[in-house]
Design a protein around this ligand. Sequence first.
Ligand code: MLT
Ligand code: MN
Ligand code: ZN
Length: 299
Amino acid sequence: MKLRILGTAAGGGLPQWNCACPGCSRARAAGPRAWRTQECLAVSVSPDAWYLVNASPDIRAQILAAPGLAPPDGTRHTPLRGVLLTDGELDHTAGLLALREGAALDLYAPPAVLAALDGPFPLRTLLAPYGSARWHAVGSGPLLLDGGRLRVTAVPISDKRPRYASGSGAPGPWVVAYRFDDTATGTAAVYAPSLARWPDALDDALAGVGCLILDGTFWSEDEMARATGGRGSGARAMGHLPVDGPDGTLVRLLGRDGIRCFYTHLNNTNPLADRASPERGALAGTPVEVPSDGTEIEW
Ligand code: MLT
Ligand code: MN
Ligand code: ZN
């Protein structure tokens, strides 16, 4: 199985265009090599078939930077077969507008998200005249993609709605994680970039996986408020369990032998984005890593 972590930042990216918090200022001063594009993943179990998880507003640059996602010489063709959405957030869906040029993509999302993309954010209506998207609901049964070799299972996480759909009464889940199984090799991975809570189903989905990529939006519960001078909600209220603390995600990762863990969807206030921070240093010697954009994992 091959995973390419296309982007690792939360909505807004690092640096964010209108922000000069310490994290954004540091990244701006360091230059593009320290920057992070908005979270997105590509998964593959065979050389000419890739699936995206989420489509970030930075998708064009992310695809151009990925050799495996280039069209074969002399063709107008893509190894991209489809896109799986974990939720309907703008930083996970707006990139679909940039993928309208002709590739026949299969798009997968939970039913509540499909309804939101037909309603308050009418992406499906907007894309319909371009004729290239086939939409599918993901439910409790696994999907078999890439000729049956890639088994994808959605793990219900929460009912956190995007702000634009806050009035929607559609039943959840609104947010899912995905487990990927390569049925030929037995390797498996879980992608969970939005964790408002840690359901038991997520622990169950981690059985036998070699790799977990998860929500690392905030290091601490009150980080946004401190970085922005008192404005901003707590991490949990914004739908993201923090990394640190007795109820954070890090303690749940320690002691899981055999699973490589990667934090993604880092907010620009998160000290983990800075290689020199003490918080980043605290991960040394643990199975937990903070990947850069473009990190590839293959096993
Ligand atoms: C989130 O991750 O909580 C959302 O993407 C926030 C947003 O950009 O509205
Ligand atoms: Mn987000
Ligand atoms: Zn900032």
